[in-house]
Design a binder for this molecule. Structure first.
Ligand SMILES: *Cc1c(COP(=O)(O)O)cnc(C)c1O
Length: 338
């Protein structure tokens, strides 16, 4: 039994999901004729109370399409320094949109309204033109930290006042919604565009969604084609997404509970300096000088436990659909022995 905590992207479709995929009605989505994709897009549009949605192959693509739609070359995007859009999308902001970035030092990945206000460039020909603000909820590098929704509302008002587009990288928004007992509609009201992942923790093999206003999504369809993301009978993938939204969201609470249990044990180990507060399904902890992160990851591998060294002294473990209570129990036993 291998227990794979490297990422919540490793989940595989369950029997029920495979059956839903097998039965999916499909068509050519570039012609707008795939009934399963149309159903999934309508479902999330309604769920978030937004105007329209578009299904894409990855969260990188949904984020990059949003940035392309919201900016002109030379514009500036405001985000936290650890943001996925900046750190892990291959320099896509510059590559795809020719835009520049204003990085803010947030609190575990979360920026506040005062920081955003000071980062907005003045209307001065020497300066770049600020055109959008992007938040990440939950924050990956922040250890799955969640925003306080009050702060989101403040930043949303500021963006409206200043005419800036407000984007959410909600790759793991489902986890935040469950952890904070929030509703999708709150988010639909606050943001101009939202990116969601179906391939993290939920069992889907592929799939992300971008939501926004009708004209924004129309533009997004053009950009998706340019980026090479126009898919044909991808309704088989959308069917997996529909199944996941109907069956695998509520259970995320179990992942959060498991993460807290494991983190409690890790926090007590001599070789651990600290564990970042666990708010959802991610555990990030820092080691002392007695062992390196790659060293601990190899040690865990001897027990068939896979983790990820995110730096020389930090390890990340992520809970998801394919980690059950028995695996959590075994992991705790192993940490108790180390
Ligand atoms: C995983 C992730 C994405 C999208 O990643 P893809 O692998 O391209 O789907 C975007 N933002 C965050 C915060 C992520 O963790």
């Amino acid at each position: 039994m291998v227990i794979d905590f490297r990422s919540d992207t490793v989940t595989k479709p369950t029997q029920g999901m495979l059956e839903a995929m097998f039965k999916a009605k499909v068509g050519d989505d570039v012609f707008g004729e795939d009934p399963s994709i149309n159903e999934l897009e309508a479902m999330v549009t309604e769920m978030f109370g937004m105007e329209a949605a578009i299904f894409c192959p990855s969260g990188t693509m949904t984020n990059q399409i949003a940035i392309k739609c919201h900016t002109q070359p030379g514009d500036e995007v405001i985000c936290d320094e650890s943001s996925h859009i900046y750190q892990y999308e291959g320099g896509g902001i510059a590559f795809n949109s020719g835009a520049s970035v204003k990085l803010l030092a947030g609190n575990r990945g979360r920026i506040n309204v005062e920081q955003v206000a000071t980062a907005i460039q003045p209307d001065d020909p020497h300066r770049a033109h600020t055109s959008m603000v992007s938040l990440e909820n939950t924050s990956n590098r922040g250890g799955g930290s969640c925003y306080d929704f009050k702060e989101i509302k403040k930043i949303s008002s500021l963006c409206k006042e200043k005419g800036l587009a407000f984007h959410l990288d909600g790759a793991r928004l489902w986890n935040a919604l469950i952890a904070k007992k929030e509703s999708p509609k709150q988010y639909g009201e606050a943001f101009d565009s939202i990116s969601l992942c179906l391939s993290k923790s939920l069992g889907c093999p592929v799939g992300s969604l971008l939501l926004g206003k009708k004209d924004f999504i129309k533009k997004a369809r053009r950009i998706r084609k340019v980026f090479g993301g126009g898919m044909r009978q991808a309704g088989f993938l959308a069917a997996a997404g529909i199944y996941a939204l109907q069956n695998n969201i509520e259970r995320l609470a179990e992942d959060h509970e498991h993460a807290a249990q494991i983190a409690g044990v890790i926090a007590g180990k001599q070789f651990v300096k600290f564990v970042l507060p666990v708010e959802t399904n991610i555990i990030i902890f820092e080691l002392d000088e007695s062992i390196t992160a790659p060293g601990l990851v190899s040690k865990l591998k001897e027990y068939n436990i896979l983790g990820y060294a995110i730096s020389q002294n930090r390890v990340r473990l992520v809970l998801h659909l394919d980690i059950n209570a028995e695996m959590v129990k075994k992991t705790i036993e192993v940490f108790n022995q180390l």
